[in-house]
Structures are given as C-alpha cells and as structure tokens.
Design a protein around this ligand. Sequence first.
Ligand code: ASP
Ligand code: MG
Length: 419
Amino acid sequence: MPLLVMKFGGTSVADLDRIENAARKVKREVERGYDVIVIVSAMSGKTNELVGWVEATSPLYDAREYDAVVASGENVTAGLMALRLQEMDVPARSWQGWQVPINTTSAHGAARFVSIPRDNIDQKFAEGFKVAVVAGFQGLSHEGRVTTLGRGGSDTTAVAFAAAFGAERCDIYTDVDGVYTTDPRISSKARKLDRIAFEEMLELASLGAKVLQTRSVELAMRYNVRLRVLSSFEDTDENSGTLVSGEEEIMESKVVSGVAYSRDEAKITLFTIEDRPGVASAIFGTLADAGVNVDMIVQNISEKDYDAAHPGAVTDMTFSCPVNQVPRAQKAIEDAMAAGKIQYDELIIDTDVAKVSVVGIGMRSHAGVAARMFAALSAENINIKVISTSEIKISVLIDRKYMELAVQALHDAFELERA
Ligand code: ASP
Ligand code: MG
C-alpha cells in the first residue's frame, strides 16, 4: 500500500467542525488507495493554555511534569480525530507517543527523536486499519517518561513518520495555502510558489516565514522527505500548495525565489579594537556565554596587517542580534571590558535596523545578483549598513523604517510576481 503522512496544525483542528473537515480530507486519501498516518497538533490555543496552567502552579516546574501536562493537548485531538473517522466508516485508531513508541532523548521540553519502530502501526495496517492518528509533538524517554519536542514540534513529528514509514509525501495542512515569494501583507504582488528547494525553505523559515518548524525542514532535507504545505480550508488536490523538495525535482528555478525579512534586529559595533589573534574569540565567546544569538558579523580591514613583532593595529567589529537581546549583549560586553577581557574605544548600538534577504538556489549559477539587489535598494535611496552573503542568500541590514519598501523593491527587481 502506498502511504501518506497528513499533518493538521492547531487551526486546522481548532474545533469539532474543523476536525470533521480534516477527517474528510483523510477519508478522501483513503478512498484513493492510501494508508494514512495522520499527525495532529493540539487545538489552537490549547498548548498555550496548558503551559500557562503549569507556570501558574509551579514557576520552577519539574520539566517532566510540564511535558506530561503539555503533551495532553495532542492526545485529545488524536482521539477525537479517530472517533470522527470511525463515524465516517474509516477504520482508524489513535496513538499516543508511548504507544508507538516514539523514542526520544530525555531532554524534556526539547526532546529529539531516537527511533520510531514501525512494528505496532504496521501490524494494525495489516489487520485492516486504514488510518493511524498519531499525537504530534510528543514521545517517550528511555526512563519511561512522556517528552515533548519543543513548540511547533508536530511538523517535525510528521516528517519523522514520513521518513520512518517511507511515505510517498508528507502533507502539512495549515491556515495558509502555501509558501509565498514574500509576506503578502507587505507586498500585494507576493505569489504562491509551486515548488521550493529544502535549502531555500530553510533560509525562508529561519528568516521569518513561519510556515514550518525549521527542524522539520532540516529533517526532511536529511531524509529526502517530500513535504507539501497546503491549506486545510480550501478544496485541495495533488497539485495544491507548495512542494518542498530536493533540488533535483526543481527543473528550472529563478535566480531568486523569495524575499525574507526580519524586523527586530539590532546592530552593535565595538569601535577600535586591537587587531590580533584572540580578540574575536574573546568578544564572541563573551556573547555566547551570555546566550546572545549573533547573526551577521563584519570586521573591518585594518590599515596594516597583523604583525606579532609590531603590535598596534586596530580594527572595528560589528555584529547583529535580535533587538530584545541588546540589553544582555551590552551588559556582557561592558562587563568583559571592565574585567579586562576585551578592549574597545566605543560601543555603538543601533536598535532601529531590519534585515532583508533575497534567497535562491539559482544564485549558485548566476552572477550579478548582489549588484541587482544593491541597485534596487539604491534606486529607493535606501542605505545599506551591513551586508552578508552565503551560497544561496544575500542579506542586508537597513533602517527599519525602510523595511517594507525594500521588500517591495526587491520583489519587483527580481520579478517575483511572475512565475
Ligand atoms: N501544540 C504544540 C505547539 O503549539 C505543537 C504543535 O502544534 O506543533 O507548540
Ligand atoms: Mg505549527
């Protein structure tokens, strides 16, 4: 039997009517001849409520009990979905994580998969069940305790099952109809992509296109699981949504596939630091110890090259981090300065920047992408403060007030409204 994994997020199972709507989509795939593993999230808002109850009861809670409480949201939806399918004459049963078992590490609240043995579910398919409804987001530690995977983890459960069971595809049903070239709230010309490569999706996901949990895309890439993002609120067929897949399935791609942004960035410069071995390590070691997520890093070229015999060269170091981490970063740097671990003349902090990036696997084989990007920004008189590049991405930091304008200008410049 060919097998499909279908995952329904919180908004897709938010109430009994929506569960029924999702169940109809499952039934249709069964009628097409698939065995189906359904992965469900908790009803929308439920996980937040459960987390709130835990925190109200015990501020320094025992993480094992947190997981016991928070995993329960998915158990409710799994049971209800199985019941609804049975009412539609589809042979279905629910599975909690421990029943499969979904073996994970013991890192409560952030557990990782260890193994998903197929035997129990395969056995039930062999007995005539057509659907296994599995509670997402949860697992079992080797100590026999319930674990959870971290917020948004049901996407990752779905991909892990698709890999373990060799599913033809992993369909992620959500409240949007796919992955877009950019945020449609910023550019009315944003277009839904039919296909996107894993690596592009990873860049877009971590840059703020919050459709899929980043870990799920990493896992899909590692095991080459074809992922499809589609709406549970529309009539869909096998061509709906966006297919996230390996590059080999993407025949021809544009140079740039999407424009991503991240609004709340900050830029921090340590002005006049010594240019010698160990300085960068001291600065970023300090920041790492303080838990600051450093993103872009730029070091100026010094006037003279480093020379151990004649020290004295200086340079400047700039980095970006999320704006809400600035107080922590500032304190760590100032404390390290006071302790003599690092030295600088001045600390300059700019909390009014945003990051805008163009992403595309086509960049690997095309020259001139950066030039085109910078020309589009300059035509709008937008000043670029920091630039960083990777094989498939170019990012710039700009004043936050120009972020929307920059996204629109880049979307136009790379003609993303056209397929
Ligand atoms: N219910 C969990 C959460 O809200 C997991 C998920 O829905 O993916 O984070
Ligand atoms: Mg989600």
